[in-house]
Write a protein that binds this ligand. Sequence first.
Ligand SMILES: *Cc1c(COP(=O)(O)O)cnc(C)c1O
Length: 394
Amino acid sequence: MTTNQKQHIETLAIHAGQPAEPVTGAITPPVFMTSTYVQDGPGGHKGYEYSRTHNPTRQALEANLAALEGGDFGVAFASGCAATTTILHTLSAGDHVVAGDDLYGGTYRIFERVMKQLGLTVTYVDPMRPAAFGEAIRANTKLVWVETPTNPLLKLCDIAQVADICKGAKLPLVVDNTFMSPALQSPLALGATAVVHSTTKYVNGHADVVGGVVVTSDPQLHERLRFLQNAIGAVPGPMDCFLVMRGVKTLPLRMERHCQNGLAMAKWLEAQVGRGLIERVIYPGLPSHPQHELATRQMKGPGGMISFVVASGRLPALTRSVNILRAVKLIACAESLGGVESLIEHPASMTHASIPVAQREALGISDGLIRLSVGIEHIDDLIADLAQAFATAD
Ligand SMILES: *Cc1c(COP(=O)(O)O)cnc(C)c1O
């Protein structure tokens, strides 16, 4: 697959990093289930010595995901959190990070309960205000971290504007692109230094693997990450790499349906506002989203993540929310997102329970907030399921 003409993502998803296997011609990259590689004599290896360091199945996945993000290098990890932690290990005690204030719960936990202990400090800012990132930069700031859309409030951050600020301050910008996938948002093209994914979500898309990746075109950062990938050792196994490669082949196709279903579901939910149960729907694809204009500019589609707020009525919002989550039949009550199957969850008691209550409430993660990961089932079946669940709320 060496051609100078830049191919489209639908083609890259299937072919990038996947040449036919040279010995047999197998069209699908084999799963190299091996920990070590035989050498002719000391040092006489074929570029592979030990699978923490190199594995051909992992290399195929890394090349594929790098191509999808439009980057030169991909570095794969055992989970999104392993990818995040390894990036943060490029920093040293005394360094300072500026990050958006509405982060994936696990990322916040890494900052607060793992990295602070090792001497990093973090300032959290409103991701909707690019200037806030600039204002928080100090002499010892070494990294800027952005997630967009945020989880679960779906706030957007203008990547190009924050990237300009970072360039001016000569700081690397890392964007967590998990909620959009490479099919819907290209942070490197907007000026980011590196992109991180939990491949567990849309990239794999089939709810059967936990994984992560970092993509960058910065050779120095890549060299450091490659060193840390091997030194820390949070690497994915070859079977997981194979499964992610298999899942990613349909990523652009799946994202089209996630966007269609997401928009249809968001419109249906918004039509329920004012009938006493739903207070507000948050979805970047709706004109009612405060940053809808940025969404249409920065994202190729609105994605499959929707949040909505259940109002208090005769029963408190918490009880009504729990009732809805207990009553869904087709849509599964579960953490995680981005798979072919629809999932529903309650951030305050599930994914974001690790964030202290006061801070959670200050952020707007209220007891009535529900997050929906809209899958690729038939939209009528999804709406019918939510409608029957809503009928049981009181
Ligand atoms: C899930 C997730 C992560 C962490 O990834 P894991 O694979 O669960 O370790 C990071 N960022 C976002 C936005 C996520 O949704």
